[in-house]
Design a protein around this ligand. Structure first.
Ligand code: AMP
Ligand code: GLY
Length: 424
């Protein structure tokens, strides 16, 4: 089969590498892909938001199956558009992708169906939001309704900063129309767990759990980023918590979407907070997480394409979804300065990492320039290692990450340490 993967980050590289293991795959294309993906797939410079361009490319290249990975094209209806020309896809239609596309929608869904989440109110005017804040207790969480590159969440410690966040979202429109509505919600204190789940609207199959490290610097200091590293499994996700999640969150969410006439087919991402032994939904994403995918898929033993086809054809219950019992760690290497200002175009030296066993380097922000790989984004690479134990996986991932060099690179040195402590 000819496969198209839409997107061009570390997540897409991990998806492509796993798909390549499938015997059913003839050729893989990526739009737009990146410098590293170009070694595993045929890349075409079509932006992930260019839905017409993607559809045209898919038709011209006789694509049999498309995997739409990023949030933007899903919310914009890429799957609907591909279906229209008869191409099967992995990923939700726009009417289901709204579970990530609108925080007001997802919070109202959880309230309506009794799915545990932080208490909240939503607002469509700056004045009413500020009036509410004046009677609130702190810290409090302010979220832009729409997509905001993972930056639309502010945890405000006091009234002053809460008001400033509302003004920047609703008046200054720093996220454009995404900030026309805001959700203001209770701050939950606990431990975070990410769970990605395959679902076809009939069955939900959670993948191995993971833990993201969102802050730029060690010990969870510095700015929020797209993710500086991950480990899987997440030790806080105990079998007891997993059972509660299945019963109170995963199945009810799938059923709620069905009842709303918004059948969700694809990968549903549950961002969970465990507070005093009870899980709450912090956020839903309508897609694989990045960099969670870079630790989850390397542990998948089953054929990813078979699973994805089964999701599209609503026969997920009949396929095998099996994970390795070991652990994985992904260390992200970023451009110095990320998530603020950073330089690109730095040549990357991979010469010392090539022969490392159980280590794979996923490219996130790279491009090919005169045959050489140079940096092209904030998060540049994700170095993943798998092993029998988390301790060994962390050691191997750092061994790999430390062997890669480019000017002004930055990585955290403590990815996995929280999980390791929790295990001990
Ligand atoms: P999001 O962009 O929705 O993933 O949110 C970014 C981060 O903000 C999450 O990973 C949490 O660490 C934090 N967060 C979001 N909502 C809450 C909440 N209600 N209570 C505490 N922390 C939160
Ligand atoms: N790592 C969080 C996300 O993909 O949104």
């Amino acid at each position: 089969m000819n496969i198209l993967v839409v997107g061009g980050g570390g997540r897409e590289h991990a998806i492509i590498k796993k798909l390549k293991e499938s015997k059913k795959v003839t050729k893989i294309f990526a739009t737009p892909g990146n410098g590293g993906i170009a070694s595993d797939a045929v890349c075409a410079a079509i932006g992930a938001k260019d839905i017409d361009g993607i559809v045209k490319f898919a038709v011209e290249n006789k694509i049999d199956f498309a995997v739409v990975a990023p949030d933007d094209p899903l919310v914009l209806g890429a799957v609907d558009a591909l279906h229209k020309v008869g191409i099967k896809c992995f990923g939700p239609c726009a009417n289901a992708a709204i579970i990530e596309g609108s925080k007001v929608f997802s919070k109202d869904l959880m309230k309506k169906y009794g799915i545990p989440t932080a208490r909240y109110e939503s607002f469509n005017s700056k004045e009413s939001a500020i009036e509410y804040l004046e009677g609130a207790s702190f810290p409090i969480v302010i979220k832009a309704d729409g997509l905001a590159l993972g930056k639309g969440v502010v945890i405000a410690e006091d009234l002053e900063s809460a008001k400033a966040a509302v003004v920047s979202m609703m008046e200054d429109k720093i996220f454009g129309e995404s900030g026309s509505n805001v959700v203001i919600e209770q701050f939950l204190k606990g431990v975070e767990v990410s769970v990605l789940a395959f679902t076809d609207g009939k069955t939900v199959v959670p993948m191995v759990s993971s833990m993201d490290h969102k802050r730029a610097l060690d010990n969870d200091k510095g700015d929020n980023t797209g993710g500086m590293g991950t480990v899987a499994p997440n030790p806080y996700y105990t079998p007891e918590i997993a059972d509660i999640c299945m019963r109170d969150i995963f199945i009810p969410t799938m059923q709620a979407m069905n009842k709303e006439g918004r059948v969700f087919k694809g990968c549903l991402y549950f961002g969970l907070m465990i507070c005093d032994g009870k899980p709450y939904v912090i956020e839903y994403n309508c897609r694989f997480g990045d960099p969670e995918t870079q630790v989850v898929l390397p542990l998948l033993k089953s054929d990813l394409l078979e699973i994805m086809l089964a999701v599209e054809e609503e026969r997920l219950a009949d396929v095998n979804v099996e994970f390795d019992s070991g652990a994985a760690c992904c260390v992200v290497i970023a451009s110095g300065g990320y998530p603020k200002k950073y330089q690109t175009g730095m040549p990357i030296d991979f010469s010392n990492v090539e022969d490392k066993k159980n280590v794979v380097v996923y490219h996130a922000g790279t491009r090919l320039e005169n045959g050489a790989i140079v940096t092209s984004g904030g998060r540049v690479l994700g170095v993943t290692a798998t092993a029998d134990t988390l301790e060994k996986a962390i050691e191997l991932a750092y061994d790999g990450a430390n062997a890669i060099k480019f000017e002004n690179m930055h990585k955290r040195s403590d990815i996995g340490q929280t999980a390791l402590k929790a295990l001990k």
